[in-house]
Design a protein around this ligand. Structure first.
Ligand code: Z5A
Length: 212
């Protein structure tokens, strides 16, 4: 049996990393082999690309097309090196952001052409799509409040996307809703404002119903 690809999407601070960790623990208890990964990143090449994208590592303003192609280069490498081989071996893959981040951020928020993005995504993913996409929906201000809390506790600093205006992030959130309307069979929209445990329990119900 091939593995299952579950992607987690949502605005900043919506709890994707937290929920991926909790879901992977539960699935492992069921004896399912899991790969947890993230975008951009997940391979050496992808992590190097991530540094350019998130932290202005080369000190030059990135054009929209270069930004798109870097995200999708990271994705192509992750698909080729990790995701497709894992799925072929029956491993389940939980991925923090995937094709829909490109549609929401580069498409709906930056305003790049949606059909072009669909084509570039299809090329980068070898025409594969997630089996299930969990959209953690959260008010933009609440997401930023969570991140501020996290920054006040540690040494991290705001990345390039977090420095975008609030309107940009509102377009991201609306974009996600449009994507979910476009493919209702793949998406499940969850209220990420609930407690960590409540969201985890809803995700478990969704996974049981959709793919277990
Ligand atoms: N991007 C793009 O433009 N195009 C693309 O194709 C791709 C990505 C793939 C990646 O950032 C950036 O790249 C992203 C989009 C863009 N933009 N930004 N920024 P990233 O991977 O560094 O950041 P992120 O994906 O937005 O993750 P995040 O900000 O770290 O958030 P998260 O993973 O969704 O949440 P978390 O780390 O689990 O939780 C955040 C905090 O909230 C933390 O302190 C938790 O303890 C707390 N938390 C979590 N859940 C709860 C609940 N339920 N209640 C209260 N507090 C909670």
């Amino acid at each position: 049996m091939p593995g299952i690809l579950i992607t987690f999407e949502g605005p900043e601070g919506s709890g994707k990393s937290t929920q991926i960790r909790l879901l992977s623990e539960k699935l492992k208890e069921r004896g399912i082999e899991i790969l947890c990964t993230r975008e951009p990143g997940g391979t050496k090449t992808g992590e190097a690309i991530r540094n350019i994208l998130q932290h202005d590592e080369v000190g030059e303003v990135l054009g929209d097309r270069a930004e798109l192609l870097l995200f999708t280069a990271s994705r192509a490498q992750l698909m080729n090196q990790m995701i497709i081989p894992s799925l072929d071996k029956g491993v389940w893959v939980l991925c923090d952001r995937f094709i829909d981040s490109t549609m929401a951020y580069q498409g709906f928020a930056r305003g790049m052409d949606i059909n072009t993005l669909d084509a570039v995504n299809a090329f980068a993913t070898y025409e594969r799509k997630p089996d299930l996409t969990i959209l953690l929906d959260l008010d933009v201000e609440e997401g930023f409040r969570r991140l501020e809390q996290r920054y006040s506790e540690g040494a991290e600093t705001h990345d390039r996307f977090e420095r975008e205006a609030r309107d940009f992030h509102r377009r991201v959130r609306e974009g996600y809703h449009k994507l979910a309307e476009r493919e209702p069979e793949r998406f499940r929209i969850l209220d990420a404002a609930d407690s960590v445990d409540a969201v985890a329990s809803t995700i478990w119900n969704v996974v049981e119903e959709a793919v277990l």
